[in-house]
Design a binder for this molecule. Structure first.
Ligand code: BTN
Length: 331
């Protein structure tokens, strides 16, 4: 998406106005600070209104910042984000087929580590195992992250668990009830799915080229926003809290947690997150069946190891599972 000169001026205008939100900035002062003329500032203000910022426009006195929109747009996500690399490069869309597809294309053409793609809506959002990810407009967060970890390809699946830990920490801060990770890629609140992760790896034999980590978060969904077959299995933060949640703040909090988990994982796998992984686990101690391709294995979930593999105690001894679809049999 190419930005126009007025988009860029709109961004600078918003950044300036929100430094003192309760003050009216005179036209002359704005022209001086932004090094341009009043008609351009008026045009930039119209652009900012089209992004759903609330501004007070006084023909004589000038402009004042009133409120920011809860919209997944660059100016909002980058405001006070305070991450080092995650989200330094952002591509925000209103509607796309799948943010993972866009992130993969960007990654293939060299997008840096930590590039983020967001959308307000996906028309062909993808879940794991060829499923759809229902992505209605402006209710959820649909996000893909380009990662370029310096790790061997066999360690990459653990990044799904590290991402789930970042999501669980983010949710827990809202106190919505019991937050749990269903290995390897689902995050539950009060036993219903509130977020899912889809990791797509591009690698050579010994090194990861890039990984696209797609994250779908159910934020302000009401029961009817889910397809009928998911209504009892899925939930949203809003449903559990009984109150709407600001998506931009939630996203920024998640990016901060993810940056920490990603850094830790690249250094020492899940060692630093070991306690959390186990505390949040939905599966540990339970009897589960894991299906992966034509393989099906049943046992008691004992551990998530440092590479993010699920360790089962089976009748034939311990089994280390790298990926699969898990169903709880008992417990
Ligand atoms: C799952 O639980 O099956 C994984 C769901 C992942 C959904 C996200 S939404 C953003 C990104 N783009 C996609 O098409 N899918 C992921």
């Amino acid at each position: 998406m190419n930005k126009t000169a007025f988009d860029r001026l709109g961004e600078r205008l918003i950044a300036l106005l929100r430094t003192q939100p309760d003050r009216t900035y005179g036209w002359e002062e704005l022209a001086r600070e932004l090094k341009t003329e009043r008609p351009d500032i008026e045009q930039a203000a119209r652009v900012a209104l089209s992004w759903e910022y609330e501004l007070e426009i006084h023909p004589l006195a000038g402009l004042a910042f009133v409120a920011a929109p809860d919209a997944l747009i660059e100016t909002e996500i980058s405001h006070d984000l305070n991450t080092e690399m995650l989200g330094r490069k952002l591509a925000c869309y209103k509607s796309v087929k799948s943010t993972n597809d866009i992130a993969s294309r960007l990654a293939a053409s060299g997008a840096p580590d930590g590039t983020i793609v967001t959308a307000e809506q996906q028309t062909a959002g993808r879940g794991r195992l060829g499923r759809n990810w229902h992505s209605p407009p402006r209710t959820g967060i649909y996000l893909s992250v380009v990662l370029r970890p310096d790790i061997p390809p066999e360690n990459a699946p653990g990044l799904s668990v590290a991402t789930a830990v970042a999501l669980a920490d983010t949710f827990a801060a809202y106190s919505p009830g019991r937050v749990q990770i269903k290995w390897p890629n689902d995050v539950f609140i009060n036993s219903r799915k509130a977020a899912g992760i889809l990791c797509e790896l591009t690698a050579e034999r010994r090194r990861v080229n890039y990984l696209v980590v797609g994250v779908g978060i159910n934020v302000n969904h009401q029961k009817d926003d889910f397809p009928p077959d998911l209504r009892d299995m899925a939930t949203s933060l809003c449903r559990e809290l009984g109150d709407a949640v600001n998506r931009v703040e939630l996203l920024k909090s998640f990016l901060r947690h993810l940056e920490r988990e990603y850094g830790d994982y690249c250094q020492s796998g899940l060692a630093a997150a070991h306690d959390k992984v186990h505390r949040y686990s939905f599966l540990l101690g339970r009897e589960v069946t894991v299906e992966s391709g034509r393989c099906r294995i049943t046992g008691q979930a004992m551990e998530i190891d440092a590479r993010g593999c699920l360790v089962l105690a089976t009748s034939d001894g311990p089994a280390v599972i790298t990926a699969g679809d898990v169903t709880v049999v008992k417990g």
